[in-house]
Structure formats: C-alpha cells, structure tokens
Design a binder for this molecule. Structure first.
Ligand SMILES: *[C@@H]1O[C@H](CO)[C@@H](O)[C@H](O)[C@H]1NC(C)=O
Ligand SMILES: *[C@@H]1O[C@H](CO)[C@@H](O)[C@H](O)[C@H]1NC(C)=O
Ligand SMILES: *[C@@H]1O[C@H](CO)[C@@H](O)[C@H](O)[C@H]1NC(C)=O
Ligand SMILES: *[C@@H]1O[C@H](CO)[C@@H](O)[C@H](O)[C@H]1NC(C)=O
Length: 265
C-alpha cells in the first residue's frame, strides 16, 4: 500500500550521504509527538544523524541519535471549559493557551541558549509548525534548511489554507464540530461561521502575535535578514498530518496523511 511516510523515508534514504536532521519539539505535548517519534527513530536506524530537542527521551541504545532534554513546562489545560462557548471565545482561549505556552518555552534559558548559540549544520528541520509553534519556523532561516511539519489532530481549515488546499466549509465540516458528513442547511451555516471566525481571529490576531514572539525570541546571527513568518510558513516543504477516522472524517487532501491515533495517558 502506498504510504507517504515510507516515501519520505525512501527519499531521504536514497541519498548516498546521511542527513543531519533536527527535530525541534520544545512544547511538552506527549500525545502530539508520540505518533511521529517512530519516524525519527527509523531515520536514525537508517543512518541519518537525528538530533531531537524535546521532553521525551528516546529508548536506550539508539545510534546516530542526539537527544537534548528540555524541561516539561506545558500545563495541561482543562478543555471542558472550552465547551459550550461561542466560537470567538473558543478560538480566543485556544490562541491564548498557545501563545502563553510558546512564550514559556521560548524564555527558558536552555532553549534560548540553543536558539542563540547552536552552530550545528542541519539539512532538514522537523517541527510542529501548525500547532502553537508557528514562530519556530524561524529555525529554517537560521539553519538554511527546509522545514518539515508534523501536524497533529486532523483537518483544520486555517492550516490547510496555509498549505494550499481549497476551503469548502459548507460541505466539509471541521471535525471539531462533531457534525459528521450528513449536513443539513443549519449545519452548513454553522460550519461556515466556525471557519470564518477561525480565519478572522487567526489572521488578524494570532499569527501577528506569534510573529512578535518570533522577533523577540529568535535572535541569532543573521536574524535581521529573515523573511516574514507568513512567507516562511507558506514555504514549509512538507507537512505530515496525523488523522484518524476516530476523531475526523475521511478527507482527500493534497498533503501526506498518517492515518494513526495515539492515546496519551
Ligand atoms: C453543553 O451544553 C449541552 C446542551 O445544552 C449540555 O448537555 C452539556 O452538559 C453542556 N456541557 C458542558 C461541559 O457544560
Ligand atoms: C550529528 O549531529 C550532532 C548535533 O548537531 C553533531 O554534533 C554531530 O557532529 C553530527 N554528526 C555527524 C556525523 O554529522
Ligand atoms: C524557502 O525554503 C527554501 C529551502 O527549503 C529556502 O532556500 C528559501 O530561502 C525559503 N524561502 C523563504 C521565503 O523562506
Ligand atoms: C483523491 O484526489 C485525487 C486528486 O484529486 C484523485 O485522483 C483520487 O481519486 C482521490 N481519491 C479518493 C479515494 O477519493
């Protein structure tokens, strides 16, 4: 069966020289990184030199694997309080959580020291660029390397727009609305309102605030020549989407999709 993940491994493995790969996951979101960590271990097993910055150590004895431990700073959020709120309030709460958690890790001395002083050479950088971490895309500029994005939690209209997919909120409901595929007129209208709200708040408030974080916390030699955050996000080289029928609908998207689900306890 065709698998984009295997294709990705195949492409990287078809080169004679091993790649130096940075996986930058400073936000301690275990259920987000776990489904993708297997790919990182496999890249190292196939001879690539993988450097992972995260709070979740790899198994013992992996060769070609450099692990940079950062403290677990993420505060679990009680998302029950997000239910039954209006869409503007819901997106406001989600954006506020992302911005405060991103700023918390970016101010940590270990992470600042890595951003400012690390002089390694990386051929590719893997990050979670479309979930609370948009500002981290600056690393692609720092290292002059293509950015590969691991996106958790299925189809999100704003992210897919960024990746170049067409939007059709009246016929494809965001899975967060729990509508299924049989939408009546009111469902379609509701889905349209949800998507318009998300777009408006993301583009007018959330992305500009992530860009402020980027300008404040990603200072390294040459950072003054950096393109805008939006230009760099649109320039992400590849996105892998974690998607499962258990929390979403079948979607035919123009990005590689990993049909997998990982539960976090
Ligand atoms: C949300 O509203 C529904 C219907 O009004 C209600 O049954 C449910 O208990 C509410 N959930 C929360 C978390 O307040
Ligand atoms: C592997 O990556 C680490 C961290 O960037 C670097 O110190 C080391 O020199 C690299 N090894 C090779 C063989 O490129
Ligand atoms: C886009 O990414 C490529 C490398 O993948 C890089 O050479 C180019 O400078 C980037 N452009 C922008 C605007 O970030
Ligand atoms: C997905 O979309 C592509 C291109 O639009 C099409 O060729 C393919 O048949 C579609 N696959 C399914 C399962 O609908």
């Amino acid at each position: 069966m065709f698998s984009p993940a295997l294709l990705f491994l195949g492409v990287l493995c078809s080169v004679a020289n091993a790649y130096n790969i940075l996986a930058f996951f400073p936000l301690a979101l275990k259920s987000h990184i776990k489904p993708f960590q297997t790919l990182l271990y496999e890249l190292a097993r196939r001879g690539h030199n993988v450097t992972e910055l995260s709070s979740f150590p790899p198994p013992d004895g992996l060769e070609n694997y450099n692990y940079i431990h950062v403290p677990h700073l993420f505060n679990p959020v009680n998302t029950v309080q997000w239910r039954n709120t209006s869409y503007p309030t819901l997106f406001g709460m989600y954006h506020a959580m992302c911005l405060s958690e991103a700023e918390k890790v970016l101010t940590h001395p270990d992470i600042q020291s890595f951003i400012q002083t690390d002089q390694s050479h990386f051929d590719a950088i893997i990050f979670e660029g479309s979930f609370c971490s948009e500002s981290f895309v600056a690393l692609g500029h720092k290292y002059g390397a293509p950015m590969i994005n691991f996106q958790p939690l299925g189809y999100w209209p704003t992210n897919y727009f960024l990746f170049g997919n067409l939007q059709s909120p009246a016929s494809i409901a965001d899975y967060r609305l729990l509508m299924g595929t049989r939408m009546n007129f009111w469902h379609r209208l509701d889905s349209l309102w949800f998507t318009v709200t998300e777009f408006f708040l993301t583009y007018t408030s959330y992305y500009p605030k992530q860009e402020i974080l980027m300008d404040k916390y990603f200072k390294y030699r040459g950072s003054n020549t950096r393109p805008s955050m939006m230009e760099m996000l649109r320039n992400i080289s590849m996105t892998f989407v974690e998607h499962d029928i258990a929390f979403g609908l079948y979607l035919n998207l123009s990005v590689p999709t990993l049909y997998s689900l990982e539960a976090c306890t």
